[in-house]
Design a protein around this ligand. Structure first.
Ligand SMILES: Nc1nc2c(c(=O)[nH]1)N[C@H]1C(S)=C(S)[C@@H](COP(=O)(O)OP(=O)(O)OC[C@H]3O[C@@H](n4cnc5c(=O)[nH]c(N)nc54)[C@H](O)[C@@H]3O)O[C@H]1N2
Ligand SMILES: Nc1nc2c(c(=O)[nH]1)N[C@H]1C(S)=C(S)[C@@H](COP(=O)(O)OP(=O)(O)OC[C@H]3O[C@@H](n4cnc5c(=O)[nH]c(N)nc54)[C@H](O)[C@@H]3O)O[C@H]1N2
Ligand code: SF4
Ligand SMILES: [Mo]
Length: 678
């Protein structure tokens, strides 16, 4: 392992561990054994030394006096926040005894691990944890909260998470940022587009909210929530109608273009305009721009796929670059996600073979239901890398579940999060700067290594260490439960089935810090769809009861409330991370609700007024921001703010826990609310 820890002073290479597509290369400066500064690594080929404001202030998070230093046990009521310090021995022994008892009475499936990607490191997010829980035979979690609807939809068209190399978009002439708030959530794609713009590229943003990304665009197109697939189909209607398609491409590389041509006839611009709120002339203008500009590139964001129809919507948009043949053009095509290129050997890392019999699978978006309504309710939760009491849909239901007196909850985190407040046992976690791990970006194409830069904070432990401790407490003898982080990394990167990983291994990463996936043109090899081609028509979808062709289905009207509610991320937090940090809160100031001026006038709401936002699931209080940045009938908030008694900013109290059409995805943006002045 690197000797970074042993050096008290110096500048050391590192990587950002947060759930952000950019996955920046970092340089960490140490003085007297402590991190004093975090900067971008100027040598990183994509992120080039620029990092966001959030991580520039990361040192404050690492040494925040609120950071957990030792294990705690609950001494007050659940949610009350009264805890007492205990030793690691007592913490692990308490968990062992409670779980032994539960396993005897209810079976191991009464235990549910609950995690997401608070740390994107593979070893700490899908490594020793998976091995341990497989061996214990617990219920399994479907990790569907983020991008699963869209990834599933994209896969029906393209066969997997494979898209354009973002470095090549430097040559792009038309960027469509579609349902992505890239200025806040993918700043290096913005930086590349900005360079391309100097060479004449145009930037179009399609969103329900004219936020910082919309303001940066050359052309902002506002659209009604959940209607984007209709717009994409309308564009295809015009492209076919005006013969702005690439015949030889679709003949060679796609299946179903004849059916698609017939099918899109029904999506004439007038019909599409009615559905989407986009004027007919703008639909024509966009279609012609898209059909006539090359290279053209679509950055497909997460916004559309947090809707009831999100999977089909992404599948539909993903057909556009095929219709125009853009996949063969350098800098053309699309990115939904690029994770496929850096896919490691997940069987070797997670060891599903340790699971002796199939166990039930619980969708993480439905945790409230699983805790309250299931016939065999979950008896114990082990939560890490995630803050479900704040980030999960229908949050009041989730909290009611977490309050269950008979539920035994363990939370492993760096802070006493909203979720940890409900824990019986709280375990302190190291930050990624204290760990060994490897990272694969889902946007750019570089694998990166993390070597520990500083000693573990207080008594905190990494996720991999916690699961080794638990394995040992249970007396498990399987050797793989005690593999070192280096061993696990070697096993995960030994993956001949993925030719793109050629040349990426523990040694090359240790030597170079980042290594690019070996990739050539996306279509050089067969795609991983059943036909091996881009599937404009999908038999697989038909077999599953969906339309085989890309289609618009309206989102579900879940109630009669007048506003579509879009509680999206903000600029200065990373999901709920940093929402407890003074600096980051200060930069955001207050939680706003963006409303259209006409709607606000009708309700007697002025700019800056405090408003109550509610539906039958719950309520929250936000500050009105009035203008023309959203269409009528749309209300947008930004950020997963800490939910304090003095600021009732808990937006997930209102979001529905329906699942999307595909991939069991979350539908955060498909709920409706009422708004009134307080
Ligand atoms: N600063 C910051 N960066 C982040 C995060 C963060 O919290 N803060 N979170 C990280 C994570 S985990 C993720 S998944 C990504 C998400 O980042 P993005 O891919 O940008 O997704 P969102 O920010 O969820 O939504 C993007 C946009 O979709 C819009 N939108 C909502 N509904 C619709 C619709 O129906 N149609 C259209 N066209 N637009 C719609 C929203 O207004 C928003 O501007 O960002 C990552 N990066
Ligand atoms: N309303 C609404 N809700 C949303 C979204 C939205 O757009 N709107 N976005 C959704 C999306 S896309 C996502 S991805 C989810 C994300 O939701 P979460 O996965 O909960 O992400 P974070 O809120 O950043 O919380 C991650 C937690 O992991 C902890 N952590 C970090 N590193 C480690 C580590 O090494 N070990 C351990 N044990 N813990 C660690 C952090 O301290 C933090 O408390 O939120 C979803 N919720
Ligand atoms: S959060 Fe994203 S932009 Fe900021 S440093 Fe990390 S990877 Fe880079
Ligand atoms: Mo996400």
């Amino acid at each position: 392992m690197s000797g970074f820890i042993n050096k008290k002073d110096g500048i050391f290479p590192s990587v950002c561990s947060l759930d952000c597509p950019d996955q920046c290369g970092l340089l960490v400066q140490k003085k007297d054994g402590k991190i004093v500064k975090i900067q971008g690594d100027p040598d990183h080929p994509v992120t080039k030394g620029n990092i966001c404001n959030k991580v520039r202030h990361m040192t404050e998070r690492i040494y925040d006096p609120k950071r957990l230093q030792y294990p705690l046990k609950r001494v007050g009521a659940k949610g009350e926040g009264k805890f007492e310090r205990i030793s690691w021995d007592e913490a692990i022994e308490t968990i062992r005894l409670r779980w032994k008892d539960l396993i005897e009475k209810e079976g191991p499936e009464s235990i549910l691990p609950y995690s997401f990607y608070g740390n994107m490191g593979k070893l700490n997010s899908e490594g020793m944890d998976r091995r341990f829980f497989h061996r214990l035979g617990t219920s399994r979690l479907e990790r569907t909260i983020c991008s699963s609807a869209g990834s599933t939809g994209y896969k029906y068209t393209m066969g997997g998470s494979f898209g354009t190399d973002p470095e090549e978009t430097i040559d792009t002439k038309l960027f469509i940022f579609w349902g992505v708030n890239a200025v806040s959530t993918n700043m290096h794609q913005v930086a590349i587009a900005e360079k391309a713009r100097k060479n004449g590229a145009e930037i179009v943003v399609i969103d329900v909210h004219k936020n910082q990304t919309g303001r940066w665009a050359d052309w902002f197109i506002p659209i009604l929530p959940g209607t984007d697939s209709a717009l994409a189909l309308g564009l295809m209607h015009i492209l076919f109608d005006e013969n702005k398609i690439d015949d030889s491409f679709i003949e060679t590389y796609t299946v179903g273009h004849k059916e698609l041509r017939e099918h899109v006839k029904q999506y004439d611009p007038a019909t599409v305009s009615e559905i989407t709120g986009v004027p007919t002339c703008d639909i024509y203008k966009l279609a012609r721009m898209y059909g006539e500009t090359s290279p053209s590139f679509i950055r497909i964001g997460n916004g559309m796929q947090h809707h009831d129809n999100g999977g089909m919507c992404i599948r539909t948009i993903a057909c556009l670059p095929a219709v125009t043949g853009q996949w063969l053009v350098r800098g053309g095509g699309a990115i939904k996600g690029n994770g496929g290129f850096l896919a490691h050997n997940s069987d070797a890392l997670e060891r599903p073979d340790l699971l002796k019999k199939e166990t039930r699978v619980i969708n993480m978006n439905l945790i409230g239901q699983a805790l309250l309504e299931n016939e065999d309710p979950v008896g114990s939760l082990f939560i890490y890398n995630c803050n479900p009491a704040l980030v999960t849909p229908d949050g009041n239901k989730v909290r009611e579940g977490l309050e269950r007196e008979d539920l035994f909850t363990v939370v492993h985190d760096l802070f006493l999060t909203e979720t940890a407040m409900y824990a019986d046992i709280v375990l302190p976690a190291t930050s990624s700067f204290e760990n060994t791990d490897f990272y694969a970006s889902y946007w750019h194409q570089y694998m990166q290594i993390q070597n520990p830069v500083i000693e573990a904070y207080g008594e905190s432990k990494s996720n991999t260490d916690v699961f080794r401790l638990l394995a040992s407490a249970f007396g498990f003898e399987d050797e793989c439960l005690y593999d070192s982080d280096g061993d696990m990394m070697r096993q995960a990167l030994e993956h001949p089935e993925n030719p793109h990983l050629e040349g990426i291994n523990y040694e090359t990463l240790s030597e170079k810090q980042y290594v690019k996936a070996a990739r050539e043109s996306l279509l050089k090899t067969k795609l991983r769809t059943p036909s091996g081609k881009i599937e404009l028509y999908s038999e697989t979808l038909a077999a599953k009861g969906f339309s085989p062709l890309p289609t618009y289905t309206p989102i579900i009207e879940d109630n009669e409330h007048p506003f579509m509610f879009i509680p999206a991320p903000n600029h200065n937090f990373l999901n709920s991370t940093f929402s407890n940090n003074e600096k980051h809160i200060g930069l955001e100031k207050v939680a706003r609700l963006h409303l259209n001026r006409t709607d606000a006038q009708g309700l007697g709401i002025d700019d800056g007024d405090k408003v109550r936002v509610w539906n039958e699931r719950g309520e929250c209080e936000l500050f009105a921001s009035i203008g023309e940045n959203v269409l009528q009938g749309v209300a947008v908030s930004q950020g997963l703010w800490a939910d304090l008694p003095e600021t009732k900013y808990f937006v997930n109290a209102l979001t529905p826990d329906r699942v999307a059409d595909m991939g069991g995805g979350a539908t955060f943006f498909s709920g409706r609310v009422s708004v009134e002045k307080l």
